[in-house]
Write a protein that binds this ligand. Structure first.
Ligand SMILES: *Cc1c(COP(=O)(O)O)cnc(C)c1O
Length: 459
């Protein structure tokens, strides 16, 4: 204890200590994530097939599973300097409140206007679109964080930005919508009547409140049918995990400064981008046999792709216009119940994380939303930050693990990702405070129904 360096409340890095390259976790995986497949031929998607949809440099990153480091272009590093490095906070107040011997740290990614980690990849994707000379990009957004981040990145670079926003969020989160419009984005509720696929989904499911899968199909159609546009995606894809590795690299650099070795790393998982980014350098050490860490993904019990999904090729979108990805999935048809307020609604999980999970390199836990909001409130009251519901999944499990340490007396070091702030989620907080929040857990029959529609792929 005596020769242990005093750990500050916040560990910051100097500008000169910020990462200069992203780390590509796939380079160290023996079992590489399965390739994206062309849904027609069931052959791996080629560069030529992907570039009509995605920007060229991003396709290169997507397909590259051998290059360990990609230099971060200087323009992106300069943009990062506006809101990075993000602090690694020692949760002294939470530890004290819990009375735990565990040492808890969180990496806080909510210190920018978009309020989440999504800006880390938005600026990278917008940069490569601009570099290619494109006019604009299209995308989908669920809760709105990705759309907000992309709007900010596009306005910074002078690119046009069209966002298809899941209809229930568009209606429930008017402020998110207005933030996007403040940054110049065009925001359309999805499913809309502007695209063929939107018209079809509206006809088949009248009154539907939409899903990420529908909005993705619309955004892809809009990109491929408008000259000078490409589609960008805020999670799930390998390129997004690559950009988000900046979170983990900074976390590791901050911990190394004080010779701290975490025992456990916890992150919430929607499509897997913040978790994949946070764990990247630690998982790299684990894959290379240099160190061991316990890595835990936390997902909502209402959308449990890791813990109850199938590891199979599936469509990434409802309209089946995207390539097939091999992942832990609930089926592209799966739509979480509308009473699910806590984000993380996507039916599938990053192929990279799915493969690592299948190979036993990480665990996953599913938690209910009332427990998540209780943890969020407990955290807000002692640490001050008002967390996003998504981030609060990680808080919930970090608290649970710290309480286990209290029982056993173990002084584990726990690091978790605090991905963002929850100011735009106050309707959900209100429901929780009024005792009106309910928990929804799909039945096995619900899941079997969507599993039955998985594409038949023998790979
Ligand atoms: C989008 C989002 C997530 C989940 O997405 P991942 O790709 O799984 O990281 C988590 N937290 C916040 C605040 C988000 O905006």
């Amino acid at each position: 204890m005596s020769n242990e360096k005093k750990i500050p409340y916040k560990i910051y890095l100097d500008e000169s200590e910020m990462p200069k390259a992203w780390y590509n976790l796939r380079a160290d995986m023996k079992n590489k994530p399965a390739p994206l497949l062309n849904p027609g031929t069931l052959e791996p998607m080629t560069f030529e097939e992907l570039t009509p949809v995605f920007c060229e440099d991003l396709v290169k990153q997507e397909l590259d599973d051998t290059t360990p480091y990609f230099e971060i272009p200087e323009e992106i590093r300069n943009f990062y300097k506006m809101y990075r490095p993000s602090p690694l906070v020692r949760a002294y107040c939470l530890e004290e409140k819990l009375g735990t011997p565990a040492k808890i740290y969180y990496k806080f990614e909510g210190n920018n206007t978009s309020g989440s980690h999504k800006l880390n990849s938005a600026i990278a994707q917008a940069y490569y679109a601009k570099k290619q000379g494109l006019k604009g990009v299209t995308t989908e957004t669920g809760a709105g964080q990705w759309g907000t981040a992309l709007s900010m990145a596009c306005s910074y670079l002078g690119l046009d930005c069209k966002v298809y926003m899941v209809k229930c969020s568009y209606e429930q989160k008017p402020f998110r919508r207005e933030v996007m419009r403040t940054y110049g984005a065009q925001v359309t509720p999805s499913p809309s009547m502007d695209t063929k696929i939107g018209q079809k989904i509206n006809a088949e499911h009248p009154g539907t409140t939409g899903s990420l899968g529908c909005a993705i199909s619309e955004a892809v159609e809009a990109a491929t049918s408008t000259p000078g546009y490409r589609y960008v995606l805020g999670s799930v894809l390998n390129q997004v995990l690559l950009h988000q590795s900046v979170i983990g690299l900074e976390t590791k650099a901050a911990l190394d400064k004080y010779d701290i070795k975490p025992d456990m790393i916890i992150g919430c998982a929607g499509g897997g981008s913040n978790l994949g980014g946070l764990i990247a350098p630690f998982m790299g050490e684990k894959l290379r046999g240099e160190a061991d860490y316990e890595i835990i993904a936390v997902e909502p019990a209402s959308c449990p792709s890791f813990t109850r999904g199938k590891f199979a090729y599936d469509f990434c979108d409802t309209g089946m216009v995207c390539p097939l990805a091999k992942m832990k999935t609930l089926g592209a048809d799966f739509i979480p119940a509308p009473n699910h307020a806590g984000g993380l609604r996507y039916h599938g999980m990053s192929s990279t994380l799915s493969q690592l999970y299948e190979d036993g390199y990480m665990k996953a836990v599913a938690v209910t939303q009332t427990d998540v909001f209780a943890a969020a409130e407990q955290f807000a009251r002692v640490e001050g930050i008002l967390p996003a519901p998504e981030s609060s999944h990680a808080i919930k499990v970090a608290i649970d693990e710290a309480l286990k340490c209290k029982e056993t007396g173990e002084e584990k070091t726990i690091v978790f990702g605090l991905t963002g702030t929850g100011y735009f989620d106050m309707y959900a907080y209100e429901k929780f405070h009024d005792g009106l929040m309910t928990d929804y857990i799909p039945t096995d029959e619900d899941l079997e129904k969507s599993f039955a529609k998985l594409p038949k792929v023998d790979k």
